[in-house]
Design a protein around this ligand. Structure first.
Ligand code: ASP
Ligand code: MG
Length: 432
């Protein structure tokens, strides 16, 4: 009996045909046991972030409008999948929307308290995964599949760093193992598919937490690690891991094999194909990760495993948009030395701003970070006390692994390079 973990992303479950395809893929697994981790449908997470934005500013008209459009999207999908409008799923999804509405109505309790933004985020945005799994669960039931729905918040325990929660591995491992053993090992239920939410967890007080945007891959890896799965498959709307995002680069090619190490590097530099935290638990437990095409399940995709031979001979391109370059010079004309650097990093950590690239010279220090309207303004005003700050926005950061001259030319053509960093395997360019 094989034990597998599947992850279906938002793009897979954004339409009725997508949900049907999920069911088709699961049906083909025969007697194998599968944990299926599901994200919010389509762009639901972004849409709920918008609801949250209006909730925080207290714009109730805009908030209701954005809430209603999320609701409408889900009910349209329901109508296509469940022609019988008396089906129980309508009641359950309706109840979830009522619950969310209840939280939004209580908005005035939290609205003015800035530090609670991350808390509010997790309580509101987490509904996307609750909607999607409820819907998929009932659809699989309709198709007579041996499935059970698990609320992942009872299985993945985290600290209370809302919006970026850290997993408490020991209790999580035990909870997942026990639940999955109980379910798959029970011959009475004959359960073969354990369906659950990606992205979510809960803290010691039982509040919902989230693992960071696109965190469902990581959720799946937590399951794979905990139950020692044979393999994990991420089902994607691309044929596998490509050497560039085909949405912006023509002639992107699929990479057949990657080492864990290379995959970690790619994720670290921002390749959106896999969430950065995903690989390590899989590597530790030596679990093969496959990235496969959702629309063409029979094709081979990309295999990520413990290969030591260096197999990559094509350059791999990673683009990050909406970058900001911040340059700092000490106001007291001092050099940039260990003391200011450690102070700058302490401040960055305090404001939870992640540095994508950095470079320093005698009297200035430059960092490239993601644009973030929540985090950057307070960070900058804090830094301005001691540093002359320059700020350049609307930039792009390109990383080329295994770069060649042609690869560099391809990226820099017609662009102004503001910063360049080169190591043996990796080149990074900040461009305008
Ligand atoms: N729904 C969440 C997001 O879009 C988590 C995920 O998709 O992995 O960020
Ligand atoms: Mg998503």
């Amino acid at each position: 009996m094989n034990l597998r973990v599947f992850k279906f992303g938002g793009a897979s479950v954004c339409s009725d045909s997508g949900v049907r395809q999920v069911a088709d893929i699961l049906e083909k697994q025969g007697d194998d046991h599968v944990v299926a981790v599901i994200s919010a449908m389509g762009k639901t997470t972004n849409a709920l972030e918008e609801v949250l934005q209006h909730f925080r500013t207290g714009d109730s008209i805009a908030m209701i409008e954005s809430f209603e459009s999320v609701k409408e999207f889900h009910f349209q999908l329901l109508a296509r999948l469940f022609p019988n409008t008396g089906h129980f799923v309508y009641k359950e999804i309706g109840a979830l929307f009522n619950q969310l509405q209840g939280i939004l109505r209580r908005g005035h309790l939290y609205r003015t308290e800035k530090p609670l933004y991350d808390f509010d985020y997790d309580q509101i945005v987490s509904f996307g995964e609750l909607f999607s799994t409820t819907l998929v669960y009932h659809y699989l039931k309709e198709r007579k599949q041996p499935v059970a729905l698990f609320d992942v918040r009872t299985l993945i325990k985290t600290d209370s760093t809302y919006r970026d929660a850290h997993v408490l591995w020991e209790p999580t491992k035990t909870l997942i193992r026990n639940a999955m053993k109980g379910y798959f090992g029970n011959s009475q239920t004959g359960g073969k598919i354990a369906l659950t939410q990606g992205f979510l967890g809960s803290d010691a007080s039982g509040n919902t937490t989230t693992l960071g945007r696109e965190g469902s891959d990581f959720s799946a890896a937590i399951f794979a690690y905990s139950i020692q799965a044979k393999e994990m498959i991420i089902w994607k709307d691309v044929p596998g891991v490509m050497n560039a995002d085909p949405k912006w680069m023509k002639n992107a090619e699929k990479i057949d094999h990657l080492s864990y190490r290379e995959a970690i590097e790619l994720a670290y530099y921002g390749a959106s194909i896999i969430h950065p935290r995903t690989i390590k638990p899989l590597e530790n437990a030596n679990i093969v990760l496959r990235v496969k095409s959702f629309l063409d399940p029979e094709s081979t995709g990309t295999t990520i495993e413990n290969i030591s031979a260096w197999t990559i001979d094509t350059p791999i391109f990673i683009r990050k948009q909406n970058q900001v370059l911040i340059s700092l010079s000490p106001r007291d004309f001092s050099f940039i030395v260990e003391e200011n650097l450690s102070e700058i990093f302490r401040i960055l950590a305090e404001f939870r701003v992640k540095v994508n690239v950095m470079q320093n010279s005698a009297i200035s220090f430059s960092i490239c970070v993601d644009e973030d309207i929540q985090k950057l303004p307070p960070l900058l005003s804090h830094l301005k006390k001691d540093y002359e700050t320059r700020y350049n926005e609307g930039l792009e950061l390109y990383t080329i692994r295994h770069y060649t001259k042609e690869a560099i030319d391809r990226i820099t053509q017609g662009k102004r390079v503001l910063m360049e960093l080169r190591s043996r395997n990796t080149l990074q360019l900040v461009t305008k």
